[in-house]
Design a binder for this molecule. Structure first.
Ligand SMILES: Nc1ncnc2c1ncn2[C@@H]1O[C@H](COP(=O)(O)OP(=O)(O)OP(=O)(O)O)[C@@H](O)[C@H]1O
Ligand SMILES: Nc1ccn([C@@H]2O[C@H](COP(=O)(O)O)[C@@H](O)[C@H]2O)c(=O)n1
Ligand SMILES: [Mg+2]
Length: 212
């Protein structure tokens, strides 16, 4: 009797799980400190595994450039290494996912704090397949950021120190949360780029496009 009554609830959950605008999506959160190599490795994953890369930072920077009413607030938060309110970032991520024809997304640099994490789950009902965590020392990340040369307003030593503090205080607890659910795949990101990608490839092997 119990089984018969329970069955529809289970089916309903399967149907609605990770649905977005009528499609079932796979989401991987890509986390790690500033300069750990998230963007660099996401570009490789896109090329080899057909995911769409959504960088929360890039979306926020595009929002500033677009002349949005939130532009000044976002720019100030980025300069201070602070985290923009979740509603702003989630709206940008949701819009980008709905607009995309793809159903596999790398969400880079999000969730950055507990508020990001809980709000995303509440609003989208999407849970990540897993969390890719790029682990790297602050010394190495600082060296990389100071050498990046992409004209970012936050690639200066004052902001870098603030971003490290935000990462330790606000972002590491998010990684710990997912670790407690066995969802974190940790990568040694201090190695050279091709070696890091070898480790990444092993994790993404189940997502390799099928040979025709
Ligand atoms: N494994 C690596 N070894 C050496 N340099 C690297 C490595 N990975 C990335 N880099 C370089 O470090 C810089 C930062 O990399 P990237 O932009 O991918 O980091 P990120 O984690 O996305 O940083 P942010 O959080 O600030 O956006 C870039 O100049 C990139 O070329
Ligand atoms: N979830 C997020 C992600 C980023 N930010 C702000 O953007 C800055 C740059 O992000 P990168 O991922 O490109 O390093 C970051 O320091 C934050 O100020 C955010 O608020 N919320
Ligand atoms: Mg990046």
């Amino acid at each position: 009797m119990g089984t018969v009554v329970d069955a529809p609830a289970v089916v309903a959950e399967e149907v609605t799980e990770n649905m977005l605008g009528g499609k079932k999506v796979t989401v991987v959160f890509v986390l790690g400190g500033p300069g750990s190599g998230k963007g660099t490795q996401c570009a490789n994953i896109v090329e080899h595994f057909g995911f769409t890369h959504l960088s929360a930072g890039d979306l926020l920077r595009a929002e500033i450039k677009s002349g949005s009413e939130n532009g000044t607030m976002i720019e100030n938060m980025i300069k201070e290494g602070k985290i923009v309110p979740s509603e702003v970032t989630i709206k940008l991520l949701q819009e980008a996912m709905i607009k995309s024809e793809n159903d596999k997304f790398l969400i880079d640099g999000f969730p950055r704090n507990e508020e990001n994490r809980a709000a995303f789950e509440n609003v989208t009902k999407i849970s990540p397949a897993f969390v890719l965590f790029f682990d790297c020392s602050e010394e190495e990340m600082e060296r990389r950021l100071l050498g990046r040369n992409q004209g970012r307003v936050d690639d200066n030593i004052e902001t870098i120190k603030k971003r490290f503090k935000t990462f330790v205080e606000s972002s590491l607890p998010v990684i710990e949360h997912y670790n407690s659910k066995d969802k974190v795949k940790k990568i040694d990101a201090a190695k050279p780029i091709p070696e890091v990608f070898e480790d990444v490839k092993a994790i993404f092997a189940p997502y390799a496009p099928k040979a025709e």
